[in-house]
Design a binder for this molecule. Structure first.
Ligand SMILES: [Zn+2]
Length: 251
């Protein structure tokens, strides 16, 4: 097993025999930020069809730390002990606004004894990527992680194109699930929402409806709220079947 930590300026390997470092260019830290942003657009799809799973944990006890664990080739669901595991760490700051990856409302964790009783209101907190810890059994782990992240990015790009319009969605062969906009409050769960086949989507596309027009006509069967997210529910057609050869991110 090889494990290493990617920083902005270098990669440190956890070798038993002394320290070994590699250039950050082999696997730039920015790729892990891209992995998180692309995965977050289609978490259901990546879990169901690409065996990529993610779990977020936070630690706001002394400072602000968000960690995102990824399994890139998991069997079923998230498992921190799985082969090909990544842990991407973002550090938050409530003062520095200049250079950050995302903003979230956060309050210090006051559950520990010495702070107990103090209520602190959440404030804008600016998170920036700090490091990514990787472990794998592969012979060439840097290349392997790079390829795996490129795979996620390329699938997300194809999903972006497929879900851009009702027409492209129907042509992609993917069915759609419309999630209730009140999903947090509505008693109807994600799994109960209607799945709309690509054949039906194709019929609506032929009427000349845009994706927004179509979405505005969908309402939750339980609470009557409008549709929130529209989620791809089945596999994309293979890339070769797509119209534009040479498109996508190479290969
Ligand atoms: Zn509802």
């Amino acid at each position: 097993m090889t494990s290493f930590t990617v920083y902005q300026d270098r990669i440190d390997f956890d070798d038993r025999q002394g320290k070994r470092s590699a250039s950050a260019e082999a696997l730039p830290l920015s790729m892990f930020r891209t992995l998180l942003s692309e995965f977050s657009k289609y978490p259901y799809y990546f879990g169901a069809f690409e065996r990529v799973f993610m779990q977020q944990t936070t630690d706001y006890e002394s400072g602000f730390e968000d960690a995102y664990g990824f399994v890139l080739n998991g069997a079923s669901g998230y498992d921190p002990d799985a082969e090909g595991h990544i842990r991407v760490v973002f550090k938050g700051d409530q003062m520095k606004r200049g250079d950050f990856d995302y903003m979230a409302m956060a309050a210090p964790d006051t559950s520990t004894a010495y702070k107990r009783g103090r209520r602190i209101a959440p404030e804008e907190t600016y998170f920036k990527i700090e490091r990514a810890f990787c472990k794998s059994d592969e012979d060439r782990p840097l290349e392997w992680f790079r390829e795996q992240i490129e795979r996620v990015v390329s699938v997300a790009e194809r999903l972006d194109r497929a879900t851009a319009s009702l027409e492209s969605w129907a042509a992609s062969g993917m069915s759609m699930r419309a999630v209730c906009a009140q999903s947090i409050f509505c008693s109807r769960r994600y799994g109960e929402a209607d799945v709309i086949s690509h054949e039906r989507l194709s019929g609506y596309a032929q009427k000349g409806w845009s994706l927004d027009e179509f979405k505005s006509r969908l309402t939750c069967r339980r609470c009557g709220s409008p549709a929130g997210r529209l989620v791809p529910m089945s596999r994309l057609r293979p890339a070769e079947a797509e119209g534009s050869p040479g498109g996508g991110s190479g290969r």
